[in-house]
Design a protein around this ligand. Structure first.
Ligand SMILES: [Zn+2]
Length: 476
């Protein structure tokens, strides 16, 4: 007796796409078989005829425990773990990776567990976290990277820029090249990967100074501050550090064609360099900044030009780019638009729920992306690069039964009433075609036919271990 059979769907497995039945026992997938070949009875059967069955999405970039994205004069706002993870689940994402700041002193691992306490008992998805190191990180803190990796937190995030000009109440996050090399060396030694927010701080800070002098402070100039040249220089410099230290790495929120090209070049040399981009960079460009309240589209570094947007898609379609994330930060709309100059525009956007559906529409429907590639960039590749694979990211016997069923017959304009993390979305009124309708987390049916049926937050910490091959050369 099985617990669940999903029958008759178009199933995307590591072996390809075809009509299959999927058998689930407890929290695991136990068989993927030809239609009708599973003869054992099941407690529950889901008819997926006419639907697409994919591995549950994995969001690699969400600031869920962010202390609150407060703009100037605005109180910090954070929708919290429950609302954001439930939104992720509604959108077909079953695992979310958050960011924990590393303390400069004391036990880093202890700080990580303390930070992740917030997820315990409140999560509607499984979860893990990157650990963020800063320019003030001590040698002692860097020495503890091996402990983080050993406990299943296999990724370190760093910034090569302070992003905005540092102020006394907003000190810099920027990590110098010395620390970057040290972090990469430790990760290379112990099996971790480095996630880099890569911008050239000299270029960015000069551009801020120029914008001030010339009076170009309006938010719609953001792409002239966080510029293409900055991404080009920084990606190449960071890639060189990776090459010299033997470190594996990926660039978070790649935004420019120069970034994609630098990644492609590094990969062509066999370096384990991967690229993440964001839905906001793939749906919009810097022209959207000119709309009233157009800063709502902004996420650091910045939206770029139309040819950059097209190169990002080209990279996603053909393999130079590795996966799609959102840089989700929950703020209210009022909070998101309160900063109106290049000095204070709020970063992040509420993207955690739309990622699977919008990527399906813009990738599969609009650009003819194969279903295999769609699954790669929304789940499998994230699982491989961050170390969830093959426990997650695959519809295969032995993997967690994290399964999203997409209903391709859902065609409509997206309304806020379709979404569950309030109170705005950059994708409101976007035409969608195909949207997650049923979502299963470790064998538990959580969303069924667009209804929340799993009312308990059963999400767990999912520990990670990266396949050594992924850390040696570009494997996905
Ligand atoms: Zn971020």
């Amino acid at each position: 007796m099985l617990d669940l059979i999903i029958k008759g769907g178009t199933v995307v497995t590591p072996a390809g796409v075809g009509t299959s039945d999927v058998g689930v026992q407890g929290e695991k997938i136990v068989m993927v078989s030809a239609p009708g070949a599973i003869t054992v009875e099941a407690q529950k059967t889901i008819d997926a005829t006419g639907k697409i069955v994919v591995p549950g999405g994995i969001e690699a970039h969400a600031h869920v425990g962010h202390p609150g994205a407060g703009g100037p004069g605005a109180a910090g706002v954070n929708a919290g773990v429950t609302e954001q993870s439930r939104g992720a689940l509604w959108g077909g994402t079953t695992t979310v990776v958050d960011f924990t700041p590393s303390p400069d002193e004391g036990e880093v691992l202890k700080a990580v567990y303390a930070y992740m306490e917030d997820w315990k008992g409140k999560a509607f998805t499984d979860y893990n976290t990157h650990v963020t190191y800063r320019g003030t990180s001590t040698v002692m803190a860097i020495d503890q990277i091996k402990d983080l990796i050993a406990d299943g937190f296999a990724s370190i995030k760093i910034f090569t820029t302070s992003v905005r000009p540092p102020t006394p109440d907003r000190p810099t996050n920027r990590t110098d090249m010395g620390r970057l090399a040290a972090v990469m060396t430790e990760c290379a030694k112990h099996g971790g990967i480095v996630a880099v927010h890569s911008e050239d701080d000299d270029i960015v800070q000069y551009n801020y100074a120029r914008a001030k002098e010339r009076g170009w402070l309006d938010w719609w100039n953001m792409h002239l501050v966080h510029s293409n040249l900055s991404e080009d220089l920084s990606f190449r410099r960071v890639t060189r550090v990776a090459e010299k230290t033997g470190g594996a790495m990926y660039f978070v929120h790649t935004s420019a064609k120069e970034g994609v090209n630098a990644i492609a070049e590094a990969r062509s040399k066999g370096l384990p360099v991967y690229g993440e981009t964001l839905n906001t960079y793939c749906s919009f460009n810097a022209d959207n900044y000119k709309e009233p309240d157009g800063m709502k589209y902004h996420t650091y570094p910045s939206l770029k030009f139309e040819d950059d947007r097209l190169r990002l898609w080209d990279g996603l379609l053909h393999g130079d780019m590795t996966f799609m994330a959102t840089d989700s930060i929950a703020t209210t709309y009022a909070n998101k638009i309160v900063g109106r100059s290049v000095l204070d525009v709020q970063g992040g956007n509420i993207g955690i729920e739309i990622r699977m559906g919008i990527t399906y529409k813009e990738g599969v429907i609009d650009k003819g992306m194969s279903l295999e590639r769609y699954v790669d960039i929304t789940s499998t590749n994230v699982a491989k690069v961050l170390g969830f694979y093959p426990q997650k990211g695959a519809i295969a016997a032995g993997s967690d039964a994290d399964i999203t069923i997409i209903d391709p017959s859902i065609k409509k304009r997206l309304a806020m009433s379709d979404l569950h993390v309030q109170d705005y979305s950059s994708w409101e009124k976007h035409q969608i075609e195909g949207w997650p309708s049923t979502v299963i987390l470790r064998g538990h049916v959580m969303i069924e036919d667009r209804k929340l049926v799993g009312r308990r937050p059963i999400g767990q910490l999912a520990r990670r271990k990266i396949d050594p091959l992924v850390l040696k050369r570009p494997m996905c």
